[in-house]
Each structure stands twice: as C-alpha cells, then as structure tokens.
Ligand binder design. Sequence first.
Ligand code: FO1
Length: 317
Amino acid sequence: MNARSAPRRVVALSGGVGGARFAYGLSRALEPGALTVIVNTGDDFTHWGLPICPDLDTVMYTLAELSDDERGWGLKDETFHALEGVRRYGGEAWFMLGDRDLATHLQRAQALAAGDSLTQVTDTLCRALGVPARVLPMADEPCRTMIDTERDGTLPFQQWFVGRRAEPKVQKVWLDGDPPASAAVVQALAGADLVIIGPSNPYVSIDPILSRPGVRDALRGPVVVAVSPIVGGRAVKGPLAEMIPALGGEPASAAAIARHYGSLLAGIVVEHGDEPPIRGVSVLACDSIMKNREDRVRLARDCLAFADGLLARRANS
Ligand code: FO1
C-alpha cells in the first residue's frame, strides 16, 4: 500500500489519549476523507453545570494538533485561572478544566441547549478546529460508565478515574443508560471496509461503543483489527493492567486483549515479543509504542498494511 493512497473507508474506535494518538496517525496516513473516528461517550459527565465530553475533546484536540502532548488531554498552552477561582469559592476543583478548554464546553452547552444533537455539535467544533477526519460520538443520548469498587462502592467514571486516581479496585464496570448508536455511527460502520479498535481500554472505552444497540450487527461486514493497549504485560497508560486480572480473570497481556474481543477480530497488532498464542486471529508484531507523532503515523501505516493483507485474503476466499 502507498503511504497515503488507501482507497478504503476506515473507522477507528477510540477512547481518550491512546486511541486519540493512534487516530492521529491514521488521519495522516490515509487520504483526506477516508477516516471516521467513533468515540466513547461513557466518560461524559456534567461539571460546573456544563456537559463535558473528555474523550471526544481529546480526540478532537489531538487530531487538530492542539492537545497538550505531555498530559495527552486538554489543550496546549493552557491556563487554569477559572479553576483557581472556583477553588477559592470552595467549589469543585478536582477535575482540571482549563481556561481555553472552557470555550469548547460553553459552545457545546449552548448548541445542545438550542437543540443540536451531540453529533451535530461535534461536527461544528471539529470543522472550526480544522480536524482532518470525521469524529462521531458513539450515541447522541447520554449513558454513563459506572465503576463498582471494593473500597468505595459505586462511583461515576470520572469520580473514580480522576477524583480517586483509579485507586479503588474495580469489581465491575457497567453503563447507566443504553442509548442506541447514532444513525451516523451505524452508517459509518456499515460503509466501512476496515474497523480498527485503537489501543484504548477495552472495558471503559471500547466496550461502551461495542455494546451500543446497532453496533455489533454493523460490524459483520468490515474486517476488524485491534491494536493492543498492553505492552509487555503493562498498560501503555492508565489502570488497564490491574483491571484485566480483576475483570477478565487472567494476567494482563496482548493475548487477554485478543480473547476479550474474541470472534470480532480478524487480526491484532501487538508489540514485538507479545505475540498471542491464539488460533484464528492473524497477528502483526511491530513497534507499537507511540513516543512522538512520527511513531503514531508509522504504527498507523503498519496497521493499514497488515489490514490490507487481511482484506485481500478475505476478497480471495
Ligand atoms: N484527567 C485527569 O487525570 N485529571 C484531570 O484533571 C483531567 C481533566 C480533564 C479535563 C478535560 C478533558 O477533556 C479531559 C480531562 N482529563 C483529566 C482526562 C480524562 O478525564 C480521561 O483521560 C478520560 O476520561 C479517560 O479516557
């Protein structure tokens, strides 16, 4: 496959930072217009009276090269004067909303209140920021990821992840609400040749997308490939390595990721040395860690070349 010439329609499924970085690579490796990113909205919540969509914003900012590269979330060159003001009033200061970031939340709140869908609002924001891909929330109606913990009972996702630094051990992840996938999501999946599950947390980022009514059916057509978020038994970012033994009943590994997605996958992309000994799933071992933007594009190209082979094999069978 040529560097930027894939004539196919590609859909990426993404949570926050890892999925967003990989989607950035895809957006630069594919022809303009070829990529749609479907994003988890289970992390969304209301804060300071505003609707906050952390994964959508992380994807949007990363694709537009506006994100803070070190944190992975939020905007670069950010300041936190509003947060300091809220703290002084004794308000909620555990979630770091930046001053520049606030513009996004204000605009989104206004557009939603005026009757736009989350899909429409996201499209408007992406166009204004110059995002070179279609970004779709998994659903237009809200659903909320909830975490049952041993120590602190049931917590909404952000209270667990940010408020308590993902420390309380997870017993169960579940969704409060069950909205259907948006029409745009179903259409994008139905028209896709290839779906790539990014290196995001399967339990809290990808399963909420896969479990939307309408998604599993739409995934019967395209070739589906996943990029492992586990490298050498450790999570590239976040609490996944502790969640796999607790929720999947096995040590964290690329094999556990492959088993988690099961028959959905035609292929899995893993770090060298992490090849899962699993039948029925093709494996690409490569350098999968994304330290910089060049790594993101290289990994995306490797995945697309791998998927090309799977697509050709399917066409010939
Ligand atoms: N993550 C943190 O660990 N601490 C924060 O204070 C924080 C603030 C924040 C603000 C806006 C935004 O879009 C994302 C933010 N995140 C923060 C990241 C986010 O909560 C998580 O990375 C995702 O929800 C998990 O995918």
